[in-house]
Design a protein around this ligand. Structure first.
Ligand SMILES: [Zn+2]
Length: 214
């Protein structure tokens, strides 16, 4: 399917185009009887991109039972109302983002464990882009979903103190990561899904770039 990348048998990455060469991604985690989403894109993203994929995979929209937003920005949360209307899945977001995202229903904190599909993800609080930015780490599959927390050369996205951003990324360096999924195709790699050594290299490159900033 166009605009979809299969990351694993149970993990799909849906790309909502934004401008030429740029998109924002939604992760669809397929469980045996349930489906989890990480972010929801813009208002149109569920109907235009997420729901067609779920139907194509032979699944039902009602299987969507949980949504996690990585942070407050519109390209990550504006699809929330559509998902909630069609599925009644609750939406969770970090406690520091709730005021900015009234469509969220429940609150996450660092260290919480969430179930998306048949996977368990640990919530890792990684402020720097936004106060309540989080990453989701699946220990069993060594898979890290970072939203906009690792943003490579897009230093304009470091909206908070640079030291806070770097400290967040250093936490991620300690994880054993085989698959890294970012919401946008950040440089230096210019793609969203990195595997093997590239995952660690992307995090380190983002630290190096930030450290050189005035
Ligand atoms: Zn963002």
């Amino acid at each position: 399917m166009k605009d979809v990348e299969r990351v694993a048998d149970d993990l799909y990455f849906v790309k909502q185009p934004m401008r030429v060469g740029w998109f924002c991604g939604v992760c669809v985690v397929l469980g045996t009887g349930n489906i989890g989403l990480i972010d929801t894109g813009f208002e149109n993203t569920p109907n235009d991109y997420i729901f067609p994929l779920i139907h194509e995979l032979g699944r039902r929209l009602e299987d969507i039972d949980y949504v996690v937003n990585t942070h407050r920005d519109g390209d990550h949360v504006l699809g929330n109302p559509v998902i909630k209307e069609k599925t009644r899945a609750p939406v969770a977001i970090h406690v520091l983002e709730t005021e900015a995202v009234p469509t969220a229903d429940s609150v996450l904190n660092d260290g919480d464990v969430v179930t998306l599909g048949d996977r368990q993800f640990e919530v890792i609080h990684t402020p720097g882009h936004r106060p309540g930015s989080i990453c989701l780490y699946d220990h069993a599959n060594k898979t890290l979903i970072t939203g906009d927390s690792v943003c490579g050369d897009r230093t304009d996205l470091i909206r908070m103190d640079k030291a806070l951003y770097i400290a967040s990324l250093k936490k991620l360096l300690n994880l054993d990561v085989n698959v890294l999924v970012m919401s946008h195709p950040f440089k230096p790699f210019g793609k969203s899904i990195l595997t093997g050594n590239e995952a660690h290299e992307m995090i380190q490159a983002s630290i190096d770039i930030a450290e050189k900033l005035e």
